[in-house]
Design a binder for this molecule. Structure first.
Ligand code: 5RP
Length: 215
């Protein structure tokens, strides 16, 4: 799959225009995008990063990383996904960076999602849904998720997010109405963010292949 990820990551470079500040996601597919971005780094004004992991890779390449508060609204955000449905709605957060990813997606005019073909699904939910939670609310939120969805939340033991929180991965969901589920899970006190990107889906999906498919 890494070749498919590379092809998707490199295709996304076509969306980068001179002088842009580029929003950068997190994960192994995005790593290929960052490596390709390094080749044209002198043409862009900088980046906004969604994780410490991506920030480190960007800085290794000598690419400037800016604070979103200074960058303002962004023209372009490029990120991967764990699942993608035919409406470009996504599950994200396999890399635990969902909250910052969601913030940057919201701040961006165009969200280009880069995936390998294994990420395409008819209905979201086979991949366990990541939910970022304030640590003291972990058990409370888990109980409410069971009552609300019937899914099984599993604490991602040993993982602390860049924001100092924990992740619950919710198994056994079939998410037929992702917009409603995203809204309802967001209401539970203690939930920081939900790895459903349905209210603000991707605008473009690039599926890695020979040639890459642009949806
Ligand atoms: C990180 C994410 C990633 O985009 C998602 O997990 C996909 O990762 P990869 O490109 O390594 O398959 O949401 O929080």
């Amino acid at each position: 799959m890494s070749e498919m990820k590379r092809l998707a990551g490199e295709k996304a470079i076509e969306y980068v225009e001179d002088g842009m500040i580029v929003g950068v996601g997190t994960g192994s597919t995005v790593a290929y995008f960052i490596d390709a971005l390094a080749r044209i780094k002198d043409r862009i004004a900088g980046t906004v990063s969604s994780s410490e992991q991506s920030t480190a890779r960007l800085r290794q390449h000598g690419i400037e990383v800016l604070d979103l508060n200074h960058a303002g609204a962004l023209s372009l955000y490029v990120d991967g996904a764990d699942e993608c449905d035919p409406h470009k709605r996504l599950i994200k957060g396999g890399g635990a960076a969902l909250t910052r990813e969601k913030i940057i997606a919201e701040a961006s005019q165009k969200f280009v999602c880069i995936v390998d073909p294994s990420k395409q699904v008819p209905v979201l939910g086979t991949f366990p849904l990541p939910v970022e939670v304030i640590p003291m609310a972990r058990s409370l939120v888990a109980r409410e998720i069971v009552a609300m969805t019937g899914g099984q939340p599993v604490w991602r033991d040993g993982v602390t997010t860049d924001n100092g929180n924990v992740i619950l991965d919710v198994h056994n969901l079939s998410i037929v109405d992702p917009v409603t589920m995203e809204r309802e899970l967001n209401q539970i006190p203690g939930v920081v963010s939900v790895g459903l990107f349905a209210r603000r889906p991707a605008d473009v999906v690039i599926v890695g292949g020979q040639p890459p498919q642009v949806l």
